[in-house]
Each structure stands twice: as C-alpha cells, then as structure tokens.
Design a binder for this molecule. Structure first.
Ligand code: FMN
Length: 393
C-alpha cells in the first residue's frame, strides 16, 4: 500500500486507552455491530489492520436462549479474537438475563453490548429497538438484569442507543444516566433519532452533551465517521473516550489501520491501489466461505460489498455488474483478474459516505406508546413480538 502524509497538526491527539471494565483497549475504536456485515470474516479483515473492539452482528436474546443454529453462529468467534464481543438485543428482562448468563457460564464472550438503537418499523411498532428506552421501567429492568448477570463472570456490559424516537421524544440523557447507575462499563450514542434512520447528519453535539452529563463512565461516539480525521474530529469536538465506526469501514477494512495510526499520533494512511483492493475482496470471499461453510451463501454475501470496495476505482460497467452477481470463488478469481492491477488509489473518490442512508420517516410505534413512560399490560403483550425478525440498529 502507498502511504500519503497529511499535516500532523490535523491528527495529533492524546487519548488514553479505553477501559471497558477490566478490559483495556489500546486503540479506543469500536467496530459498530452491523447485522449482515460484522461476521467473523469481516471482523478478521478489520482487526488485521488495527486495534480496537470488533463487535458481532446483533443476536436476539430469545433466539440465543433457544440455541437456534443461526444465533450460535452469530456468537461464534475465531480462536484468536482477543476481545470476544457479542451484541444482544432483547425486550424481556428475564430472557435477556438468561442470554447473558448463558454467554457468561459457557464462556462465549469477553464483552457484551446491548442494542437499543434499532429503528426498523417491524421492531419499533411493537415497542422494541429504539422505541424501548422511552419506557423507563422496562429499560431500567433490562439493563440492571443484564449488568447483574454479566458481573457474575466479571464481564463488562455496555449499551448502544440512539438519541431518542424523534426530536420531541429524546431519551439518551435519561437512558445514559439509568445505564450508568446500573453499572454499565460504557455508553455508546449514535447521534441520530429513530425517525432519522440513517439520513441527515449525526448530531455530534448530542454526543458532547452525553459526555458532559456522564463524567463518571466512558462515553463512545457514533455516527458519520468516514475517515481517521473524522474520528479525531469527533473526539476533539465531543470529548468522547472512544469512537464507534460502522458504515465507514464497509469496503474499507483498512480504515482500522488509519484509525490506529491516527490515535497513535501518526500521519500514515493506507491508500490501497487496485491490486490490494482486489486481494482484499478475494480474501473476504474466502473467509466468508469459511464462516458460512457454504460457498453459495458466501458469494451471495460478498456481492453487497462490491460497490463499497470498488467505490472510486476504475472498473468497467459490465465487470461491475458481473462482480455484483458473482456465483463462485472461481468466477470471482476470473473477474478480479480482468481488473487493471496497476490502478492507483483514486483519492477522495474512494472515501466518504457509503452504505445505508435513506430518508427520515415517522417511527412506527404501538398506539399510545408516547402517552406514558411505563409499560402498560397491553403494551407488555405486544412487546413479546418485538424480538421477531429484529435485524439491526
Ligand atoms: C447494515 C447495518 C446493520 C446494522 N446493524 C446493527 C446492529 O445489529 N446493531 C446495532 O446496534 N446497530 C446496527 N447498525 C447501526 C450501526 O451500528 C451504527 O450505529 C450506524 O451505522 C451509525 O454509525 P456509522 O455512521 O458509523 O455507520 C447497523 C447499521 C448498518 C448500516
């Protein structure tokens, strides 16, 4: 990879390692949990470039307690993953507690994160995901139960949330205080409301307000970090103890190399040419074959990464189309061999926003959900369905 220098004044920052309970994370960077993305294959690619915590795809606590094959895959880690991090989602304190206990007793994790950020209608419509912190009793119960069960094994438990449902129904400051009082090891905030989905800009001022409101627990900032410079800017602007990076590393697992360099005060940045990108794509596909033990499934999965990997690079339209529907490793090899391997890093065209965006929409909620900050008996019955098909944040 070629390396480009940027002025040191833009990047130097003296941030101590991130402490998550008894775990010290030298590079204060977290790979955001992303359903369908942050499987063992992608986590390996990312951590080969830099340090941090690399969180699994979300697993629902009910499916985990029921030991469905998919949930067991979701919590699996490579033997050399040093901080085995699992993200759990749940709406029922008892089931969440059982899921945490299972992770602890069977030694499946070193760190557990709870997801309270899912904006998807089929989840929020029943009061789950980003709608849940509005109900202070239930939120408190889930977090307290999870922290208690995690503490039995000495595991740090963190939460990840959004600002709230919409600008008139913000929950992050209260939820942050409740979580802090419950004994979480850190609180991560994605600076958007559920209404925003992934649209607009993440509100870093809200992240700064949370940091200020919770001086006694690590706060992690999330939203719109597309480069190491963005990460440094977020830390400067908000005072957070670490950053959580999602879409910015889609098709750019080497971003973790840039982040590590930046947090170490180095100006070195990775600028991969076509040959390196092509090698990364093939390796990603091979790792996915290992992960799924199913070449067909793995190749279907790698297709969604193609546009991200080749963003800004010169690839003909026909070849792009063929890569986006590649059926086997052998065909992938042949297609990649058609690329111009002398192609250099295209600069800013390869950087910047990628992945989910969308438009704001009103969050679907159970009738009367916003009228009361505690769960009624009808709402409780509806909530039971809010774990079904939950997929993401
Ligand atoms: C494809 C995709 C899947 C996601 N899945 C999850 C998830 O399982 N759990 C979660 O807490 N957040 C999930 N998120 C949200 C991200 O973790 C992150 O909060 C969000 O993308 C904002 O960060 P970014 O601007 O760095 O992407 C997902 C996001 C995307 C794009």
């Amino acid at each position: 990879m070629t390396v480009t220098d940027i002025p040191a004044s833009d990047t130097k920052l003296d941030l101590p390692p991130l402490k998550l309970g008894n775990i010290t994370v030298e590079t204060p960077v977290v790979l955001a949990p992303m359903a369908g993305i942050t499987n063992t294959a992608f986590r390996r690619l990312c951590r080969e470039h830099g340090g941090g915590v690399f969180v699994s795809e979300m697993v629902t606590s009910r499916a985990l307690v029921e030991r469905t094959p998919e949930s067991m895959r979701l919590i699996s880690h490579d033997p050399d993953e040093q901080i085995r991090s699992v993200q759990l989602y749940g709406v029922d304190p008892e089931t969440v507690g059982k899921a945490v206990r299972m992770l602890v007793e069977e030694d499946h994790a070193d760190h557990i994160d709870l997801n309270f950020g899912c904006p998807v209608a089929k989840v929020t419509r029943r009061g789950g995901g980003a709608a849940l912190p509005w109900k202070l009793d239930l939120f408190t119960d889930i977090v307290q139960t999870a922290v208690r069960e995690a503490s039995v094994g000495g595991l740090p438990l963190t939460i990840k949330m959004r600002k709230g449902i919409d600008e008139d129904h913000l929950t992050y400051l209260e939820a942050g205080r409740i979580a802090r009082d419950a004994g979480v090891a850190a609180v991560a905030l994605h600076g958007r409301t559920a209404n925003q989905f992934y649209s607009g800009k993440a509100d870093w001022d809200a992240i700064a307000r949370l940091r200020e409101a919770l001086p006694d627990v690590p706060v992690l900032g999330n939203g719109d970090i597309w480069s190491a410079e963005d990460a440094i800017a977020m830390v400067r602007q908000t005072g957070v103890d670490g950053v959580v990076v999602g879409r910015g590393c889609q098709g750019r697992p080497w971003l973790f190399g840039d982040l590590m360099a930046a947090f170490e005060g180095s100006d070195t940045r990775l600028k991969p040419g076509m040959a390196e990108v092509s090698a990364a794509v093939y390796r990603h596909a091979e790792l996915l074959v290992d992960t799924f033990d199913d070449e067909n499934k793995a190749l279907r999965d790698i297709r969604k990464h193609m546009a991200w990997y080749f963003k800004g690079y010169v690839v003909g339209g026909d070849l792009r189309a063929a890569l986006a529907s590649v059926p086997t490793l052998e065909v992938l090899r042949g297609l990649l061999d058609q690329l111009d391997m002398s192609g250099e890093y295209p600069g800013s065209d390869a950087e910047g926003p990628r992945g989910r965006a969308g438009t704001p929409k009103r969050t679907a909620l159970p009738a009367g959900w916003l009228d009361n900050r505690t769960v009624s008996s009808t709402e409780g019955a509806e909530l039971a369905g809010a774990e079904i098909d939950a997929s993401g944040g």
